[in-house]
Design a protein around this ligand. Structure first.
Ligand code: ADP
Length: 168
């Protein structure tokens, strides 16, 4: 049985992440989508919110599990006896950091092999930060995030709607 982890911030999960999750779930027996918590990085959504979004958009993919970790990915990898780390690759900008990360992980844990899946052409330029920025200023995020979580993202981030509420 091949068990893979797909680590990331997922702040929040986008259609780009979901596309990688769906494809990876077909390649491995079990896929753990791992919210990696970096104490030096401020996030817009709490770990619980991010996990809830992920659960709601992955509910129909039976071999996907959602988890979080606040330490090194390779420590989680070893502890949970995983076989593969999955990462998504968008444009060239991802390559350098992901390449470095894959080598560092291999160094820390020689069995930790990283498999890269190329982003779908429609999500190559899609990132959580772009979604956050559009939502903050009241733009339409529906092409970028799953329908099931769209309104919850807007409710939390849209400052233009909050301004309107304050006027009333
Ligand atoms: P970001 O905050 O930049 O959206 P994450 O840390 O949540 O990214 O990303 C986790 C993993 O998913 C990384 O391997 C990243 O390259 C990949 N990823 C992020 N967005 C996309 C996308 N639109 N298409 C494919 N892979 C993606």
């Amino acid at each position: 049985m091949k068990k893979a982890i797909y680590p990331g911030s997922f702040d929040p999960v986008t259609n780009g992440h979901l596309e990688i999750i769906k494809r990876a779930s077909l390649l491995f027996d079990k896929l753990i989508v791992l919210i990696s918590v970096n104490p030096n990085k401020t996030s817009s959504f709490t770990v619980d919110e991010r996990a809830d979004f992920l659960r709601r958009v992955c509910y129909d993919i039976p071999n996907v599990q959602i988890d979080s970790c606040s330490g090194l990915i390779v420590d989680y990898f070893k502890e949970h006896k995983c076989d593969i780390i999955v990462k998504g690759l968008r444009a060239m900008s991802d390559f350098e950091t992901e390449f470095q990360m894959a080598h560092v992980n291999k160094h820390l844990c020689p069995g930790a092999e990283t498999v890269f899946l190329c982003a779908d052409s429609q999500s190559t330029y899609l990132s959580s930060s772009m979604v956050r920025q559009i939502a903050t200023f009241g733009g339409d995020i529906s092409p970028f995030v799953p329908d099931a979580i769209k309104n919850d993202i807007i409710k939390r981030l849209d400052i233009t709607a909050k301004k309107e509420d304050n006027k009333e």
